[in-house]
Design a protein around this ligand. Structure first.
Ligand code: PDD
Length: 277
């Protein structure tokens, strides 16, 4: 397996990073996960825009041909279906220090390819089961940082509870999943999706999903929804680069609709896949 590290393509066993990298010591790093279907990168331009925004919010100076790197890794690793992971940290310090190193410190940039079945995911037929937990992350969830410890703890709570994921809440309002945006369709047919603010990641998949929902003439409301609204919704689903559009059939032990993946969700998933492929 060939990976990318600071301008070079090397075997994964020889890609080494300093223990003084700020990504390691301070999670001073941002990342992107881009899905690959039929050896093509999905929605790459939007991932690049978001990466540049994340870098800008943290004043990390990093420039690279993100698309060319990703395409090269897909080709070299003969990746048919899966993902590209791209990470950029502020770079290496001389010693552990909160203050940033000089602005001309080179960032650490790396990327790798990972195989994964995206289209043939059994969850698409059975639907996901969700529990809710308080969202105790910081208040800049709009930046795609590698600070993923809380999300990872919540994923393990889901595993311990025998369900698929956690939807996190602030003041009883759902923000998002551990690594997906959360959406519902109310019983009167309105698609409700949290507004873009500092509480959620602006999902790349969410943008195209909303475009497809509008094309289907679904009414869309971008606002936060409560746990109760979610439990009483006709349908629920998540979006992410790796899950695409994935139905949710249970929240906190409460069945959504008839407990099967929703019809509108299924259509949105189909139309989404047709649009990006
Ligand atoms: N996660 N919200 C959070 C907190 C996420 O981590 C992600 C993506 C999303 C969905 O964003 P997008 O549609 O751009 O993938 C929402 C990636 C897949 C991950 O960390 O693996």
């Amino acid at each position: 397996d060939l990976v990318y590290l600071n301008g070079e393509y090397v075997p994964k066993s020889s890609a080494n990073i300093s223990i003084f990298d700020r990504g390691l010591l301070f999670s001073d790093a941002v990342y992107e996960v881009i899905s690959v279907i039929d050896d093509r990168l999905i929605d790459m331009d939007r991932h690049v825009s978001r990466l540049e925004r994340s870098l800008g919010e943290l004043s990390i100076n990093a420039f690279a041909d993100w698309t060319a790197i990703s395409q090269y890794l897909v080709a070299e690793n003969k990746l048919k279906e899966g993902l590209i992971y791209l990470q950029v940290s502020r770079g290496v310090m001389d010693e552990r220090e909160y203050r940033w190193p000089a602005p001309d410190t080179p960032p650490t940039i790396f990327a790798f390819a990972q195989e994964r079945a995206l289209l043939e995911n059994p969850m698409a037929n059975r639907g996901m089961r969700i529990i809710t937990r308080p969202d105790l992350r910081w208040q800049r969830c709009d930046i795609k940082t590698t600070q993923l410890l809380y999300a990872s703890l919540m994923k393990m709570e889901a595993v311990a509870a025998g369900v698929d994921d956690v939807w996190m809440t602030r003041d009883d309002m759902i923000t998002e999943g551990t690594s997906q945006n959360a959406h519902i369709i109310s019983s009167d047919g309105v698609l409700i999706s949290h507004q873009l603010d500092r509480r959620i990641l602006p999902g790349v998949t969410r943008i195209e999903m909303l475009a497809q929902a509008s094309a289907m003439e679904l009414m869309v409301e971008e606002r936060a929804f409560s746990i109760d609204e979610a439990k009483n919704a006709a349908e629920a689903f998540v979006t992410s680069s790796t899950l695409l559009v994935m139905p949710v059939v249970e929240i906190d032990g409460h069945r959504i609709g008839d407990g099967k993946p929703g019809d509108q969700t299924g259509k949105i998933r189909q139309n989404y896949l047709a649009a990006v492929q």
